[in-house]
Design a binder for this molecule. Structure first.
Ligand code: SF4
Length: 225
């Protein structure tokens, strides 16, 4: 088992945001139409403040490369629109990493969402929302539905799963509270087999199935699962 020194997820957010954002432009490596949510235009990005053992984009998030191009909000909107028109859909999301790494990435997201014609599903771990409640003010006026993915039901498991310090779980739970208080539509998802929903102080509405790629299996073993 690899001994991983837990990192500070807030500090990591700041560092990663500096890599994957250039002014108002964010790094994306792919735009695609995905089958999830009944079909959804998807922009795949890099850069996360956690490093989950089961992350399907683990290696890109381990070292967010500077080689992927940066896209302005209007360029992302255009890519979204082309995908949505082609597939007759009005659902959109950013995937592959964490969309909310701080104020700069949240503002980028807001600019994208303001100009799409449809419904944005914000998949987030909520760490920065729970750390900085003012980010909720940016999200509240937008047509977003938040899917908050909680990583553990107790701090030590959180460290093992995400590689980040245990207090990250407190930020995740804060995020649920802040979204609720702001009246933003949201749901809470957990990864089956890693979280006991009955031990969480929030209502879990979705238990996700783990897709066990070879590399995921190896990573989980290294973390002691
Ligand atoms: S929070 Fe999501 S994107 Fe970030 S490392 Fe975990 S699974 Fe990957």
């Amino acid at each position: 088992m690899t001994e991983l020194q837990p990192f500070n997820p807030i500090q990591k957010s700041r560092e990663v945001e500096k890599i994957v954002m250039q002014a108002d432009n964010r790094m994306y490596y792919r735009f695609r139409f995905a089958k999830f949510y009944g079909g959804i235009a998807t922009a795949d990005t890099v850069g996360c403040n956690l490093l989950c053992a089961y992350c399907w984009n683990y290696f890109r998030n381990l070292k967010p490369s500077k080689t992927a191009p940066f896209y302005s909000p209007s360029e992302v909107t255009k890519k979204f629109k082309d995908l949505a028109d082609k597939h007759k859909s009005s659902r959109f999301r950013i995937s592959g990493a964490e969309p909310i790494l701080g104020r700069v990435s949240t503002s980028h997201l807001a600019e994208v969402v303001k100009h799409i014609d449809g419904y944005f599903i914000l998949e987030t771990n909520g760490i920065m929302i729970g750390y900085d409640q003012t980010l909720v003010d940016i999200l509240a006026p937008l047509p977003v539905y938040v899917r908050l993915c909680i990583k553990a039901h107790q701090g030590l498991d959180f460290e093992k799963i995400t590689g980040a310090q245990a207090n990250g779980l407190d930020y995740q739970l804060n995020a649920a509270r802040y979204l609720e208080e702001a009246g933003i539509s949201y749901s809470i998802a957990v990864m089956g087999g890693f979280v006991d929903p009955t031990k969480l102080p929030v209502r879990v509405t979705e238990v996700e199935d783990l897709i066990l790629y070879k590399s995921t299996e190896k990573m989980l073993k290294e973390r002691g699962f």
